[in-house]
Ligand binder design. Structure first.
Ligand SMILES: Cc1cc2nc3c(=O)[nH]c(=O)nc-3n(C[C@H](O)[C@H](O)[C@H](O)COP(=O)(O)O)c2cc1C
Ligand SMILES: [Mn+2]
Length: 491
């Protein structure tokens, strides 16, 4: 690396500012040469196809779609924010370890600060003037059932029994000028909260931001404890309170520098439900099909003059751009350790499984039954329960970031009959493609898990055949001796 490029590398403070403010992010992305502006692409499929092609890269370019035909050129769609190289850095096990060592104060929640105004108040549109059709919303994939204005969005709700303000990322499809549908899987916090209003015979107040600081997208898409506000977590992560404004209609806190916010009420499904989906989902299928979903009746729209709508639809999880999510891996590792499982030396997710399906955990086996502790906790803990298919436990000599090493461990240390647990009735969602039609019809939204103990069985591990491989120390010694003389050593 030359001195010049070293100097140009963003430091931690600049990364923090980019996480805290979408406009700063854009400036930094441009300065880093990661921004690609796309003029004139159509909302119907073309933007989606360009997005998918960009995901052929491990670090997809940040795409700013502008001059979108049929829409006010002030409005733009922005994709690939949270995968920008300057934001995410290395995607290695060391990066997971470094993330887990992050300063303690960054894990301390900081509640948001209410302010009177901000850029989101540039335009406040109410009642009869509300028209969401004037904002560009992409039909991302050919078979999608509609145009999605909310992909990397934040759905803001307040628990009627407490002060808990929850934020979740749930997809938002445009229905008509004044209505959008929101797809919230059963059991997600937004689902729990809305049911409480409905049980009282009330519509659920909701604000949806479809463009906001990158950190808010991070926390909205990550599992926090029930009762814990993702706003507070975001504040902790950026080291200062998120600035919010009370929505005129609902009083819900909306980010003061949000790009575009929809505010309104979600009546109970029996009062209003409309066809939602299908939508090309992250596992790589149209699994949830189309079904009636509750809707948000929009009362107020807030937007900046030149609003940027975030567009982050899923692509099949084997695309390189579907990077491993370091914070998610770290959250699973933290949960396993918090449950008291010792000797964890690595946690990873295998490509192809996205952020959920396939967890791999390396352990330094300390006692009989230890691998089973790790496997059962990983399959059952908060960050590991939802939509997992397989948990693979391996010994600490396996490089869990290399799929061929994991396959080697399975091929050679795993006896399927005696080293496997299959557990029925585990937490999943409608977007799980393996959920049978019968289970869907019965409302049994569960699938099974397999825990694979691809470890040397503890009680005879010392007698397990030795690995046939030159020791790293001797390999290094030989390399030093022969380097410069043998071309293959330098390649
Ligand atoms: C881009 C993106 C889209 C998502 N879409 C949905 C969705 O449509 N429905 C859903 O239930 N979860 C969706 N999720 C997952 C939730 O955001 C995630 O489970 C989050 O923890 C939910 O917040 P909660 O824990 O407060 O319920 C999505 C995540 C991302 C990153
Ligand atoms: Mn939550």
């Amino acid at each position: 690396m030359t001195e010049a490029t070293k100097d140009a590398e963003p430091d931690a403070a600049r990364i923090n500012e980019a996480m805290a403010d979408l406009r700063v992010f854009l400036e930094e992305a441009e300065a880093e040469g990661e921004l690609s502006e796309v003029a004139g692409a159509q909302v119907d499929e073309e933007i989606g196809a360009l997005f998918e092609l960009s995901n052929e890269h491990l670090y997809p370019p940040v795409l700013l779609f502008k001059d979108i035909p049929g829409f006010d050129p002030a409005f733009r769609i922005l994709s690939n924010v949270r995968t920008a190289r300057f934001l995410v850095g290395d995607l290695t096990l060391d990066a997971v370890k470094a993330y887990r060592r992050r300063p303690k104060e960054r894990s301390q929640p900081i509640p948001p600060e209410f302010v009177n105004t901000g850029p989101v108040m540039d335009n406040v549109i109410e009642g009869g003037d509300v028209n969401v059709l004037k904002f560009p919303a992409a039909k991302w994939h050919g078979a999608d059932g509609g145009n999605y204005i909310g992909t990397e969005c934040m759905v803001i709700m307040r628990d009627p029994d407490s002060d808990w303000v929850n934020i979740g990322t749930y997809r938002v499809m445009v229905q008509d000028e004044k209505t959008v549908s929101i797809f919230i899987e059963p059991g997600k916090h937004g689902d729990v909260i809305r049911r409480k209003y409905w049980d009282r015979g009330e519509p659920c107040p909701i604000c949806v931001s479809v463009g906001q600081a990158p950190i808010l997208g991070v926390v909205a898409a990550s599992a926090a404890r029930p009762g814990q506000s993702e706003y507070d977590i975001a504040g902790g992560r950026i080291g200062r309170p998120v600035r919010v404004i009370a929505g005129k209609e609902t009083g819900l806190p909306i980010p003061a520098d949000a790009e575009l916010v929809l505010e309104g009420y979600m009546p109970p499904p029996e009062e209003d439900s409309r066809s939602e989906g299908p939508f090309g989902e992250w596992p790589g299928y149209y699994a949830s099909a189309d079904r009636p979903e509750p809707v948000l009746r929009i009362k107020t729209v807030y937007h900046r003059d030149d609003a940027i709508i975030l567009g982050q639809p899923p692509v099949k999880p084997n695309y390189p751009g579907r990077q491993i999510k370091i914070p998610r891996v770290a959250a699973l590792w933290d949960a396993i350790e918090a449950a008291g499982v010792p000797g964890i030396v690595g946690v990873w997710k295998l490509a192809g499984g996205g952020s959920r399906f396939i967890d791999v955990i390396a352990i330094n086996q300390l006692h009989a039954g230890h691998a089973k502790m790790a496997g059962l906790v990983a399959a059952g803990c908060g960050p590991g329960a939802y939509m997992t298919r397989m948990v693979i436990i391996v010994d600490d000599d396996i490089d869990i970031t290399d799929p061929s090493e994991v396959m080697w461990a399975m091929a050679t240390r795993w006896d399927p009959k005696t080293q496997t647990d299959i557990i029925d009735g585990c937490y999943t969602g409608h977007i799980d493609p393996a959920l049978s039609p019968e289970k869907r019809a019965a409302g049994d939204i569960t699938t099974s898990r397999m825990i694979v103990y691809a470890v040397r069985p503890y009680h005879w591990k010392d007698d397990f055949p030795k690995v046939n491989m030159v020791s790293r120390e001797y390999a290094d010694e030989v390399r030093r001796k022969w380097q410069g003389k043998l071309r293959f050593l330098d390649q």
